[in-house]
Design a protein around this ligand. Structure first.
Ligand SMILES: Nc1ncnc2c1ncn2[C@@H]1O[C@H](COP(=O)(O)OP(=O)(O)OP(=O)(O)O)[C@@H](O)[C@H]1O
Ligand SMILES: [Mg+2]
Length: 252
């Protein structure tokens, strides 16, 4: 599968030659640097966006051949998505935001389920708050509760712990993996947190729009090498040094 976008005169290749299978019940972590294409990939896997070429299957559905309406129905029945930017509905309270997917799926115990989930993410006392009255981490937890409510077959999570302190982050991660254990929910998550990635059965690395299969230990090694390289580069061309030199030059 590939994804490119046309920008005025040039075409930008966001994803190249992606080949990925995820089995039901698996847990997969996608790691990689900012701008490498992780969110783009997740959106296509979840049927939120379409590939430019190639095929994407979710269960037996050929997502690449579905129109927007068909894809939204498939999403409602099978998919949960935790967005990097939360995407809560601003005019709805925390409770109403979480209830929304359950109401769309005609579940009758939406309110009680939503209350239970919000309590599980430690927001039992914030039910009536609007998104603007919640902190970033609190909004993220509302988004997580919302993704859980319809008990999806497959849960896509884009930086699910990105805005949380380490304790809350661990609780959220525990929730994700409990869901996988209890209900066999397939987990596909994007994260910069290598400890979270390590809890998945499998890790892949996104590098400039390409996927490479990898192990967390290798990623850590690579990261350490990158950091060492950066430090070396900084020593060669230290901005502070440059500044001092140019200042000295200008002062004669
Ligand atoms: N609609 C678009 N039009 C043009 N460029 C886009 C579009 N969507 C994404 N991009 C570009 O594609 C690249 C990949 O974006 P993406 O959001 O997938 O990165 P990411 O790996 O999720 O990064 P981060 O870790 O910062 O969230 C970026 O360089 C981004 O600027
Ligand atoms: Mg992203």
């Amino acid at each position: 599968m590939t994804k490119s976008v046309k920008l005025e005169e040039k075409t930008l290749d966001l994803l190249q030659d992606i080949n990925l299978d995820v089995n039901a019940g698996d847990t997969l972590a996608i790691v990689g640097s900012s701008g490498s294409g992780k969110t783009t990939l997740l959106s296509i896997l979840a049927g939120l966006d379409l590939p430019t070429t190639g095929e994407v299957y979710l269960k037996k559905h050929s997502l690449h051949q579905c129109n927007e309406e068909q894809r939204s129905e498939i999403r409602a029945n099978h998919v949960g998505f935790i967005f990097q930017q939360f995407l809560l509905v601003n005019s709805l309270t925390a409770l109403e935001n979480v209830m929304l997917p359950a109401e769309l799926a005609n579940m009758d115990n939406a309110e009680q389920l939503a209350k239970d989930l919000l309590t599980q993410v430690d927001l039992g006392d914030r039910l009536d708050h609007y998104p603007s009255q919640l902190s970033g981490g609190e909004q993220q937890r509302v988004g997580i509760a919302r993704a859980f409510i319809s008990k999806p077959d497959i849960l896509f999570a884009d930086e699910p712990t990105g805005n949380l302190d380490s304790k809350t982050g661990r609780n959220v991660a525990d929730l994700l993996f409990d869901l996988n254990k209890q209900f066999g929910t397939t987990l596909v998550l994007v994260t910069h947190d290598l400890k979270l990635a390590a809890r998945c059965q499998r890790q892949v690395i996104m590098d400039s729009g390409c996927l490479v299969e990898g192990k967390v230990e290798e990623i850590v090694e690579d990261a350490a090498e990158d950091i060492a390289e950066d430090i070396q580069k900084e020593q060669v061309e230290s901005p502070a040094e440059n500044l001092a030199q140019s200042k000295a030059a200008s002062e004669g």
